[in-house]
Ligand binder design. Structure first.
Ligand SMILES: [Ca+2]
Length: 698
């Protein structure tokens, strides 16, 4: 081989090896990524990409392969209405009274997910069942196609039934109104007809979504397109060709079809309302097979409709600039424990399907991390760099996109009315309003057949899970973005926290990362013990684990941005109580030999703040600035009373407006550095043993 050829070959090899090491042809992140938001009603995570050999779903499988498939995602309320209200508002159901509707039933200042995008200049469009109520949250949408079906004819009655046969359309109202128990005929749970896809509600949804995509391609406007499909929610009205894909004689009933449950699990009244299901007693085996058959057919039918939309996105080359998320609002029991329903705290109804594709990030799934539907809102906000409201009760899943095996939430939470459940990596605990408990070990009993709540061998586990359930979702969140994660967020309660020279104890302002800057400036370990959304009241419940057990020398205490949320009575901590809480924190720190530092509340920019919070409660006390000054006065009073060094962030940051991000509350990256520079000399004096009472600057 001649040297020139050899050189060329080596260069080619080098080029190939470099190329192979890079992710395959990923587009750059667009300035304003679009969002395609696909909801599928009552979809079990029980099809192709979830490991089912029976249920065909090639389009969803492809989406999952191109993005991140969540194997353990849970809804917060296994019922359409409250689940959707939670996803779209960003609140957990209990924070909005398990509301079925968002309009008028969420706290003032709520910015719903589509509203956030609309505020940012996106064209927001809703097609099909997105909210449960067709007319819910109309202000959030530039266009809505939710009522099209009713307008086009009676074939889409009630929950967009899709019945084609006149006899069934005539009796669907009896089903909806539960009139079967009065002896009136009601429509059946399934219907098989040779209907073209586009004559079904879901076919129409796909068609409308495709038309919207073409419009967006032409106009070039950024979009948030929500498409909500009705199947596989009952009635099972997929066209015949989808039924024909499955052989009913080969359909198997669940292994625990006739196994009595180990605890109360609710009824299945929703199914008993259909004309062909038994009003009492167990489901006949033939009917059970028919329902499972129809459910499988419906999943494949919806998969084809989802595929039509995804194919068009690709054909228009919009897939390179569009984030796609697909999720189900709840799951459904297909005969497990002899039940046919969703509203229960068990594994089957609460574990849902979810997948996320971000075009500028390489496929990285699947992940077994515990995630929750309420996480979708902060995830989309972060991906599109929109200022998420500070009340959000989920956690952005963006870190999982690059690292699906990283430590994540220690638990997922769901509820039905006053029944509550917590799911950890291994266990599920259900607490009924009666006090009755169910405990399941998923390592050995994935079907939840054996309730271990009375088993003495599991008494300690039961206790631990009860503590976890009582501590709630805030204590189960993943480690924060800062260098040293909060132990509360990442570890079970019994594990001792690692020692730290300095602990920064606070809310989302702390989470954002000034502690890492502080560590760099002081060259000592600094723990970030910030938890977003927290007040002093909530923080006192975790101070032992997050602060005191670390035996720090100094503790920087920064709270108040949430305490002062006058517009949200369930969050707000009155000024006097705020001061008392701060003084309690000071005393507790000193009880373990740590020196506390108090900070006043940083400034808040009114304009963005009042897009998320109601203004009226502040007006009553003379405005936001005045309210914050009252809280700052409480910090100063606590510092005076307890002789604690004070960093007056309120006054100092007001001189440096560049510290504040556009959301009006949180620091920019530069802001973190500014806060760290203000705090550092006070902490340094403590570490040097110089400051026992007052900082030099005060
Ligand atoms: Ca549903």
């Amino acid at each position: 081989m001649r040297p020139a050829v050899l050189t060329a070959s080596i260069l080619l090899l080098f080029a190939l090896s470099v190329r192979a090491a890079e992710p395959a042809d990923l587009p750059a992140r667009p300035d304003k990524p679009n969002v395609l938001f696909i909801a599928v009603d009552d979809l079990r995570p029980d099809f192709g990409c979830y490991g089912s050999a029976e249920v065909r779903s090639p389009h969803m499988d492809r989406l999952a392969a191109e993005g991140l498939l969540f194997r353990r995602a849970y809804c917060q309320y296994p019922l359409c209405m409250p689940s959707r209200a939670s996803v779209l508002s960003g609140y957990r159901p209990e924070s909005i009274n398990n509301t079925p509707r968002v309009s008028g039933r969420v706290p003032g200042g709520t910015v719903t997910l589509p509203q956030l995008f609309r505020n940012a200049g996106y064209t927001t469009v809703s097609v099909g069942k997105v909210y449960h109520e067709n007319d819910d949250n109309p202000a959030a949408w530039v266009r809505r196609h939710t009522d099209t079906f009713a307008a086009e004819g009676k074939w889409c009655n009630g929950y967009c039934s899709g019945y084609q046969l006149q006899a069934n359309r005539d009796t669907v109202q009896n089903y909806l109104q539960g009139k079967r128990r009065q002896g009136l005929p009601a429509s059946p749970i399934a219907e098989i007809t040779d209907t073209p896809d586009d004559r079904t509600p879901d076919g129409l949804i796909a068609r409308l979504a495709v038309e919207e995509l073409r419009r967006f391609k032409q106009s070039g406007e950024p979009f948030f397109l929500a498409a909500g499909f009705y199947r596989p929610h009952m009635p099972l009205t997929a066209p015949r060709k989808y039924w024909d894909l499955y052989d009913r004689s080969r359909i198997e009933l669940p292994a625990n079809f006739l196994r009595p449950p180990g605890g109360p699990r609710g009824d299945w009244d929703e199914v008993r309302r259909y004309g062909d299901c038994p009003l009492t007693g167990t489901m006949p085996v033939d009917k059970a097979r028919e329902i499972i058959h129809g459910y499988h057919a419906s999943v494949t039918f919806v998969d084809v409709q989802v595929g039509r939309v995804l194919d068009e996105l690709r054909r228009l080359a919009l897939d390179r600039s569009t984030v796609v998320v697909l999720w189900s609002d709840n799951s459904w029991r297909l005969g497990e424990h002899g039940l046919w329903s969703k509203p229960a705290c068990s594994e089957v109804p609460t574990r849902i399907a979810m997948m996320l594709k971000v075009p500028w990030l390489a496929a990285s799934g699947p992940t077994a991390a515990l995630v929750e539907l309420v996480d979708i809102y902060p995830t989309l906000a972060e991906l599109c760099r929109l200022p998420a409201p500070d009340y959000l009760e989920g956690t952005s899943m963006v870190p999982l996109l690059g690292d699906p095996k990283r430590p994540w939430k220690t638990a997922a939470f769901s509820r039905v009315g006053k029944a509550q459940t917590v799911r950890t990596d291994r266990f599920r605990l259900i607490r009924h309003p009666s006090g009755q408990l169910e405990l399941y070990d998923h390592r050995h009993d994935g079907a939840e057949d054996r309730n271990l709540a009375q088993d003495p061998a599991h008494a300690n586990t039961l206790k631990e899970l009860q503590v976890l359930l009582a501590a709630g979702w805030r204590a189960a969140r993943p480690p924060g973005p800062a260098a040293t994660p909060s132990p509360a967020a990442s570890q079970p309660s019994t594990r001792p926290a690692p020692a730290a020279g300095v602990v920064c104890f606070g809310d989302s302002i702390t989470v954002r990362g000034y502690p890492a800057e502080l560590a760099r400036l002081l060259n000592v370990p600094v723990a970030n013990a910030g938890v977003g959304g927290q007040t002093t009241a909530a923080a006192l419940r975790r101070i032992r684990k997050d602060v005191l057990d670390r035996k720090p020398r100094a503790v920087v205490i920064l709270f108040g941005t949430n305490d002062s949320r006058l517009a949200e009575p369930s969050v707000c901590v009155p000024v006097a109580k705020y001061q008392a809480n701060l003084e309690k924190m000071v005393d507790l720190c000193r009880s373990v030999g740590a020196s506390p530092v108090l900070c006043t509340i940083p400034p808040i920019a009114e304009q963005p703040y009042f897009t998320r919070h109601a203004r009226k409660p502040f007006e009553k006390v003379g405005g936001l600035a005045k309210a914050l000054d009252q809280y700052r006065a409480a910090v100063r009073a606590a510092a005076d009373d307890r002789k604690v060094p004070l960093v007056d962030l309120g006054a100092e940051l007001a001189k440096k407006p560049e510290w504040l991000s556009p959301d009006g509350v949180h620091p920019t990256k530069e802001g973190n550095a500014i806060i760290a520079r203000l705090v550092a000399p006070v902490v340094k004096a403590i570490l040097d043993g110089a400051a026992t009472t007052r900082p030099a600057e005060r």
